[in-house]
Design a protein around this ligand. Structure first.
Ligand code: G3P
Ligand code: MG
Length: 230
C-alpha cells in the first residue's frame, strides 16, 4: 500500500512516449500498468460533446484539419489519431476508468477558446460515473475553475500557471483552490500541488523528495522506477 506522503505519478496526455497523446490506447495501457493518475485535456465539439485533445485544432494529432468547435461529434468522429483510433470522447475515457483506482486530472482547455457550459456538461458526466477518487480539475483559465467549484465544491480545483505567482499559497486560498500546477522549472523553487511536465530524472527525484502531491510526466514508467528508488 502506498504512503500518503508519496507523490502520485500522472501520465501527461496519457503515455505520449509510447502511444499517441490523449489516446484511449495510451490510457488503457497506463491503467494496465498500475499508473496512479491520468492528465488529459477536454474541449467541446460544436454540438457540445466533450472530446479529449490537447490543441484547439485537430491538425497536429489527426488526419483532419480545423477547429474542434467547428465540428459536430459525428463529423469529428471521421478523423483519426496516428494509431487509427477516432478522437476519444470523455465518455469513453470515463467508461475505461469507472471503478478503477485511478486519479484523474481533467484540464479544461478554455484559455484560448471558451466553450460555453463546458464545466456543467463535464461535471454532469463525472457525477454519472463510478469514480474512486475526486477529480482534480485544472485550467489556465481561472473562470473555468470558479465555475466548476460553484457547481461542485467536492471536486478539486487547481490553477495552471506558466508564469511566476508571488504568493502561491495565498492565491490558492483566496480563490478556494486546492493549489497550483506549475511548470517543472518553477516548481523547483515555488510551492506547487502538482508539477508538469517532468521528464528529467533529476527533477523527478527532487520532486519526489519534496513530496509534491503529483508529478505529471510523459514517461510514467521512468517515474515509477525513479520513485521506487528514492
Ligand atoms: O496539466 C499540465 C499540462 O498538461 C498543462 O499544459 O499544454 O500540456 O496541457 P499542456
Ligand atoms: Mg494538459
Amino acid at each position: 500500500m502506498r504512503m500518503t506522503s508519496q507523490s502520485l505519478i500522472y501520465g501527461h496526455r496519457g503515455v505520449p512516449v509510447k502511444f499517441p497523446e490523449n489516446s484511449l490506447a495510451g490510457f488503457a495501457y497506463a491503467i494496465s500498468q498500475g499508473i496512479d493518475g491520468l492528465e488529459f485535456d477536454v474541449h467541446l465539439t460544436k454540438d457540445q460533446v466533450p472530446v479529449i485533445m490537447h490543441d484547439e485544432k485537430i491538425d497536429r494529432t489527426t488526419d483532419g484539419q480545423g477547429a474542434i468547435a467547428d465540428y459536430t461529434y459525428a463529423e469529428i468522429r471521421q478523423f483519426h489519431l496516428k494509431n487509427g483510433e477516432p478522437v476519444p470522447t470523455l465518455a469513453e475515457l470515463l467508461a475505461l476508468v469507472s471503478g478503477e483506482p485511478v486519479h484523474l486530472n481533467l484540464e479544461f482547455k478554455t484559455d484560448k477558446h471558451y466553450y460555453q457550459n463546458i464545466e456543467r456538461i463535464v461535471l454532469h458526466m463525472i457525477h454519472e460515473t463510478d469514480l474512486v477518487y475526486p477529480v482534480v480539475f485544472s485550467s489556465f483559465n481561472l473562470k473555468s475553475l470558479q465555475r466548476g467549484r460553484a457547481l461542485d465544491p467536492n471536486q478539486k480545483y487547481a490553477f495552471l500557471s506558466s508564469a511566476k505567482i508571488g504568493d502561491p499559497e495565498g492565491f490558492a486560498a483566496a480563490e478556494h483552490l486546492e493549489g497550483l500546477h506549475l511548470e517543472h522549472y518553477q516548481a523547483m523553487h515555488d510551492v506547487a500541488e502538482r508539477v508538469w511536465t517532468v521528464d528529467d530524472p533529476a527533477e523527478m527525484r527532487q520532486l519526489f523528495d519534496k513530496q509534491v502531491s503529483g508529478v505529471i510526466t510523459d514517461d510514467f514508467e521512468l517515474a515509477q522506477d525513479i520513485r521506487a528508488a528514492v
